[in-house]
Write a protein that binds this ligand. Structure first.
Ligand code: HEM
Length: 317
């Protein structure tokens, strides 16, 4: 996402209005695709695989009872890739004998579908290494959803290791106001009603000092320091607009939910090239309540970014 030409393909997260509050902003997903291949595919795949090799304990987690649901994810994603990106992926099936080919990485993997011993990795870990998305599996039981498996390389300041096994409400407990305003209960009810074949999508946004994708809680000491360096002068290059394109799919056999997260980054200097975004985001950032700015980790440099955006606005007048 580096040239102005494809700027408008950036998943801009805001609808109408000049303010932002937490809400259930999920909408029906159209087209109903679980993942998307972009032009940063190879670089991000390489980074993901390096992180998974070096830090398996923080990038992958699974509970043994998730294996059947993991195979459903392989089924969903492998078919989607082969059907929608036929130049890049192939899926040959003879009964349960599957052969998945990734033409970009020049890999061909054969396995017996549903038979764990025929893959060298767990099914979720295997298919996750062929997509840019982080993949979280929420198992449903006792009227609740639990994070029972996940492959997570690009978290926005949270920890899979810490959240492993937690319920939906427990996971969202750090978000200010979420519980008090019963947003957690309402969103959980919404999630429990998601039906197979009718997926949903939502976008989450933040600002980020620096351009790292792997902003895990565990490495905060490395990347969090960048926040102190932001000035009006360097904000355009240093600060990135970060958007998570999140998708929710009911898996019909296990009744679990797949939550895919595709993280997109855009330096502010490119973001501001599109005047409507610049104007609306300036208004939103100016109005943003301190509790949201604090939670998103942007309070320290919000002033510098606003100064930068105001200078840019003058150029667009
Ligand atoms: C079911 C799958 C989901 C999972 C696994 C998940 C996970 C998370 C996690 C780990 C965080 C960061 C919490 C922390 O600070 O430690 C978070 C934040 C958040 N989640 Fe979810 N989430 C899910 C679905 C949703 C849905 C459906 C919504 C709303 C419709 C939602 C709304 C939010 C919001 C508003 C934040 C705060 C983000 C920010 O201010 O940057 N989540 N979520």
């Amino acid at each position: 996402m580096n040239t102005t030409g494809n700027l408008l393909s950036f998943p801009y997260p805001f609808g109408d209005g000049d303010s932002y509050r937490y809400s259930n902003n999920a909408i029906p997903l159209n087209p109903p695709h679980p993942v998307e291949i972009t032009d940063t595919y190879i670089g991000e795949l390489k980074l993901k695989r390096e992180l998974l090799t070096k830090h398996p304990e923080r990038c992958y987690y699974s509970s043994p009872h998730t294996l059947d649901a993991q195979w459903e994810i392989v089924d969903l994603i492998a078919h989607h890739l082969a059907e929608n990106y036929p130049d890049q992926f192939m899926l040959n099936k003879q009964g349960d004998n599957w052969e998945f080919s990734n033409l970009q990485t020049d890999e061909k993997i054969s396995f017996l579908f549903g038979e764990n011993t025929t893959l060298s990795l767990e099914p979720l870990d295997f298919i996750g290494r062929h997509v840019q998305e982080d993949l979280i599996l929420m198992m449903q039981r006792d009227g609740d959803l639990f994070l029972d498996a996940g492959q997570l390389c690009f978290p926005a300041n949270w920890s899979l290791y810490f959240d492993a096994g937690m319920s939906f409400k427990e996971i969202h407990a750090p978000i200010p106001g979420f519980h008090k305003e019963s947003l957690d209960a309402r969103i959980l009810q919404f999630l429990m009603r998601i039906e197979a074949g009718a997926p949903w999508g939502r976008k989450n946004w933040s600002l980020m000092a620096g351009s790292r994708l792997d902003t895990s809680l565990e490495t905060f000491a490395k990347w969090g320091q960048e926040r102190k360096k932001v000035t009006k002068e360097n904000a355009g290059k240093l600060v990135h607009f970060r958007v998570e394109d999140q998708r929710l799919f009911r898996l019909p056999k296990s009744n679990a939910i797949l939550f895919s997260i595709h993280t997109h980054m855009l330096p502010l200097e490119q973001f501001v090239q599109h005047s409507p975004w610049l104007k609306q985001f300036h208004a939103i950032l100016k109005e943003l309540p301190p509790f949201i700015a604090d939670y998103k980790g942007i309070s320290l440099y919000r002033g510098a970014v606003l100064d930068y955006l105001e200078e840019e606005l003058k150029k667009h007048e």
